[in-house]
Ligand binder design. Structure first.
Ligand code: BGC
Length: 454
C-alpha cells in the first residue's frame, strides 16, 4: 500500500499558463508595439487609441493520459481513444510508461502525484482506485455517470469497483479475462496434440509431446507479474473458484495453508520444465510472438495477448486457438481496465475529463477499442456480432459465470486485494518460481505471511 503524504496542489493543466519563454517573447513584442505607437511620426495617420480586442479563444483542453499500453495491439487500442478525444476538440498528451502489468507506470504516477503535478487521467484499476480516492485526489464524475445512466449500463460487479463512497471516481474501459490459454494449432498438430488440454494432467501429456517434437511447450516471460498471472490460473484450475475466492480474495490463512495450495504450488513448479532457457525477463508480447511465429505451442496470459494475434493478422481457429486454462472452463478471472481522473481546478481540463469519461463508455468506442485490445465491452448487452469467436465466448462466459459463482477477480492484475498484499504475495510466487531450492512447504508458509500484509 502506498502510504505517502501527498503535497498536492490543485494546479491546472499546463495550457493554462503560457511557457516562460513565450511570456517573455510576448512581453517584448508588446513593449515594441507601445513604443512604436508613442513615437509615431506626425505625418502618419494616428494609431487608434485602443486596438480592437481579439476575440477570446477558448483554451483547448489538454488531456494528459498516463497508461502502459505500448505493445502492438495495445498501442492500436490507445490510438482509438486519442482519435475520439481529438474529435471532441481536445489535445491528447500521451504519457505512456512501458512495462506490462503497469508496475512501472504506477511508480511514475505516484511520483508525479507526490510532486503535486498529476496527469489529467491515469490507467488505474481495482482496489487501488479506493486508495487514490481516499487520498482525496480524484474528481467525482457522477454528473457524466448520471447523464449517461452508467448504473444501468454497467454490470454491478464493474460499477462497484468504479465507485468510492457511492460516487463514481473512475471510468471503466473493458473487461479482460485472465484465465486464457493461447495455442498455435500447427505446432500442436506437428506434435500430434489433437485438442486443447482441459485438465492439468492433459496439459502435461500434451506438453511432453510438444517438447519431444522440438518446439517450446510453454512460452513464458519470466517477470514477476507474468509468473503471478500463470500462478493464478493454476490456482483456479487446481482448486476451483471457491478455493480461489477463499485463498486469494478473502486471503483466508486456512485456505492458503491447505493441501490444495500444496498441489497448486507443485503444479506451478512443474510448468517451469516446459519453458525455454531464455524465458527470464522476457516481455509478455515477445512471449506471445513465440506462439504467433510457431516457436512455442502454448501461453497462459490474459486476452490482451489476443490483441497481439489480431495485430499480426491472425484469426482464431486458424492462426491461433483460445481456450480457458486447464480446469478453469467454468470460471472467469476478470480484470477491468479503468481510468481515474484527478481533481483539477481548470475548467477546460474538467471539460476534457468529462469528454474522456463519456467517450470511454460510448458504444462506438467500446466496439473499436475492444476489438483491438482483445477484451470485451464493459457495457451490458453490447452487440458482439462483429467480434471474434474468443471474444464471443468470453462475453457469454462472463454472464454465465457471474450467475453460477465462477466469476472471480484477478489477484495478479490488481482486482482482488489491496496493492500491498498483492505485491507481497506476488513476491513469494516469483521467488518460488525462480528458486528451485525453495521448498513447497516453505513457500506456503511465506504465502500465509504475505497475505497478512497491510
Ligand atoms: C492490463 C492490460 C494490459 C496488460 C499488459 C494488464 O494488467 O489490464 O490492459 O494490456 O496488463 O500490460
Amino acid at each position: 500500500m502506498f502510504r505517502v503524504t501527498f503535497f498536492y496542489r490543485a494546479t491546472g493543466p499546463r495550457s493554462e499558463t503560457l511557457p516562460m519563454a513565450f511570456q517573455l517573447k510576448l512581453g517584448a513584442a508588446l513593449a515594441v508595439a507601445l513604443l512604436a505607437t508613442a513615437c509615431g511620426k506626425k505625418d502618419e495617420a494616428p494609431a487608434p487609441a485602443v486596438a480592437p480586442a481579439p476575440a477570446p479563444v477558448a483554451a483547448k483542453p489538454v488531456i494528459e493520459v498516463l497508461h502502459y499500453w505500448t505493445s502492438g495491439g495495445e498501442a492500436a487500442s490507445a490510438a482509438e481513444l486519442k482519435k475520439m478525444l481529438e474529435a471532441k476538440g481536445n489535445e491528447w498528451k500521451d504519457f505512456a510508461v512501458a512495462g506490462g502489468g503497469g508496475e512501472n507506470a504506477m511508480t511514475v504516477l505516484k511520483s508525479r502525484a507526490v510532486s503535486g503535478n498529476p496527469p489529467t487521467a491515469a490507467q488505474v484499476k481495482g482496489p487501488a482506485i479506493q486508495e487514490w480516492a481516499a487520498e482525496g485526489m480524484l474528481a467525482n464524475i457522477d454528473n457524466v455517470a448520471q447523464a449517461e445512466k452508467w448504473d444501468e449500463l454497467l454490470p454491478a460487479v464493474v460499477a462497484n469497483v468504479m465507485k468510492h463512497n457511492g460516487n463514481y471516481v473512475a471510468a471503466p474501459v473493458n473487461v479482460h479475462r485472465v484465465n486464457w490459454m493461447w495455442a498455435n494449432p500447427e505446432v500442436m498438430a506437428k506434435a500430434g496434440v489433437k485438442t486443447m488440454p482441459k485438465t492439468w494432467d492433459e496439459f502435461f501429456v500434451a506438453a511432453d509431446k510438444i517438447k519431444k517434437s522440438g518446439a517450446v511447450a510453454l512460452a513464458h516471460g519470466g517477470q514477476n507479474w507474468q509468473d503471478f498471472t500463470v500462478f493464478e490460473s493454476v490456482a483456479l484450475g487446481v482448486g476451483g473458484a471457491d478455493y480461489y475466492k477463499k485463498a486469494f480474495v478473502q486471503l483466508d490463512p486456512t485456505a492458503i495453508d491447505s493441501a490444495t495450495t500444496t498441489k497448486v504450488l507443485n503444479t506451478f513448479r512443474k510448468l517451469k520444465g516446459y519453458t525455454d532457457a531464455a524465458s527470464s525477463g522476457r516481455d509478455w508480447n515477445l512471449t506471445t510472438a513465440m506462439v504467433i511465429e510457431g516457436k512455442a505451442a502454448f501461453q497462459f496470459m490474459g486476452d490482451w495477448a489476443k490483441g497481439e494475434f489480431t495485430a499480426a493478422g491472425k484469426k482464431p481457429g486458424e492462426g491461433f486457438l483460445c481456450a480457458a486454462a486447464p480446469g478453469t472452463g467454468n470460471a472467469f478471472t476478470f480484470n477491468i481496465d479503468s481510468f481515474i481522473l484527478f481533481k483539477l481546478k481548470d475548467e477546460a481540463a474538467q471539460k476534457g475529463q468529462a469528454d474522456l469519461a463519456s467517450a470511454i463508455l460510448s458504444t462506438e468506442f467500446q466496439e473499436v477499442f475492444n476489438q483491438n485490445k482483445g477484451s470485451i465491452p464493459v457495457r451490458l448487452g453490447h452487440d458482439m456480432s462483429q467480434f471474434d469467436s474468443c471474444a464471443q465466448d468470453s462475453a457469454k462466459d462472463f454472464v454465465e459465470t457471474d450467475k453460477a459463482g465462477g466469476l472471480v477477480p484477478s489477484i495478479a492484475h490488481g482486482m482482488a486485494v489491496a496493492p500491498a498484499a498483492q505485491g507481497a504475495i506476488q513476491d513469494v510466487v516469483t521467488q518460488f518460481w525462480n528458486d528451485d531450492k525453495m521448498g513447497v512447504a516453505d513457500a506456503q508458509k511465506r504465502l500465509v505471511a504475505a497475505a497478512a500484509t497491510k
